[in-house]
Design a protein around this ligand. Structure first.
Ligand code: HEM
Ligand SMILES: *[C@@H]1O[C@H](CO)[C@@H](O)[C@H](O)[C@H]1NC(C)=O
Ligand SMILES: *[C@@H]1O[C@H](CO)[C@@H](O)[C@H](O)[C@H]1NC(C)=O
Length: 321
């Protein structure tokens, strides 16, 4: 086969375009992104996750939350993993256990990958794959996770403040998600992640002590771990019945007025269409599973702003050089 001069020029332009877009962080993700450069990536992530989860099951929800935080702060760019800037300190303080658990397993996966395919797999893709695996290990859906994210070289100062708050009402939640291209249905499905894991007292104290839109016996139980006035309090599972099973029990809890956070309960009782959606997820687990997987892909597509300088980080905790 011979190439004309024109096709060489076209090829050169194509290569140039590919180079520029990868530098600017504008990416088109693909599940086959590492097929040639790191064919074992999926197996490696899954193996390290399985070994870690076998020792410490709480790693799964922690990683899932890490992915959410990563993607909501200037796109999925692993900025959440960066150490030792004054800004990121504060996020770690906010969720000490979840973060610590998450960072460790990401580091472990990264070190195996750096041995197998050096300087190839981004930390943001590791979080994405690990959280996909975490969900299926908890009994939730599985899907092909699009890959090809890059890691940021900067941290986003304002990011943590823009995360949704456990005290947000429905309108506020919808708008926080909409700002990131996710609609109310995506938001409702993604919130189903709160079918696993735990929350600290400070995040549910107002809800169980002051809220009237709450099941009385649930409130009473929770007040025991989180009374008014104490600075310390215990952690509580989001879903009491099956706290480590990725099922649709979260929506049944909401209908029973047993949502743990105010932001959870806000998804139910705000209007007809929204309430019908919660009811549907509560009865049709397979619809929830499908919507959740779709919404996770959508959330995983949130890319950093064009101005963000990106790279494949060699150590997930710090930028290269
Ligand atoms: C709708 C807005 C959301 C709010 C206001 C919110 C807030 C929170 C809060 C306050 C906690 C407890 C943290 C602690 O006390 O340590 C938590 C935990 C958690 N969140 Fe969310 N979250 C939201 C959406 C999401 C989404 C979209 C996901 C994932 C798709 C997610 C996954 C998790 C998980 C898995 C945990 C448990 C972490 C663990 O047990 O280590 N959350 N969330
Ligand atoms: C973190 O975990 C330890 C044990 O694993 C527990 O004693 C402690 O209360 C937890 N701290 C917070 C803030 O959740
Ligand atoms: C929801 O919260 C916002 C502030 O976060 C407030 O301005 C708004 O009035 C609230 N909406 C409702 C319906 O309570």
């Amino acid at each position: 086969m011979s190439f004309s001069k024109g096709s060489w020029v076209a090829l050169a332009l194509l290569l140039f375009a590919a180079l520029v877009s990868s530098v600017s962080g504008d990416h088109k993700l693909s599940a086959r992104y590492y097929d040639k450069t790191c064919p074992n990536v999926q197996r490696i992530v899954r193996t390290v996750m399985a070994n870690t989860v076998a020792r410490d099951p709480a790693v799964s929800p922690a990683i899932l939350r890490l992915f959410f935080h990563d993607c909501f702060v200037n796109g999925c760019d692993a900025s959440v993993l960066l150490d030792s800037t004054p800004f990121f300190e504060s996020e770690k303080v906010a969720v000490p256990n979840a973060s610590v658990r998450g960072y460790k397993v990401i580091d472990e996966i990264k070190s195996v990958l750096e041995h197998d395919c050096p300087a190839t797999v981004s930390c943001s893709d590791i979080i994405a794959l690990a959280s996909r695996d975490a969900i299926s290990m908890l009994g939730g859906p599985n899907w092909r996770m699009p890959l090809g994210r890059k890691d940021s070289r900067t941290a986003d100062k304002d990011g943590a403040e823009n995360l949704p708050s456990p005290h947000d009402n429905f309108t506020a939640l919808v708008s926080t998600f909409r700002e990131r291209g996710l609609n109310a249905r995506d938001m409702t499905a993604l919130s189903g992640a709160h079918t696993v894991g735990m929350a600290n007292c400070k995040n549910y104290r107002d809800r169980v002590n002051d809220d009237i839109d709450i099941d009385a016996s649930f409130a009473e139980t929770r007040r025991k771990t989180c009374p008014v006035g104490y600075s310390e309090g215990g952690m509580a599972p989001f879903d009491e019945q099956t706290p480590m099973k990725f099922d649709n029990a979260y929506y049944k809890d909401l209908i029973a007025r047993r949502g743990l956070l105010s932001s959870d309960q806000a998804l139910y009782g705000s209007g007809e269409r929204q309430d019908d959606l919660v009811k549907m997820y509560s009865t049709k687990g397979e619809v929830f599973a499908k919507d959740f997987a779709k919404a996770m892909i959508k959330m995983g597509n949130i890319s950093p702003s064009k101005e963000t300088p990106v790279e494949v980080r060699l150590n997930c905790r710090m930028v290269n050089w």
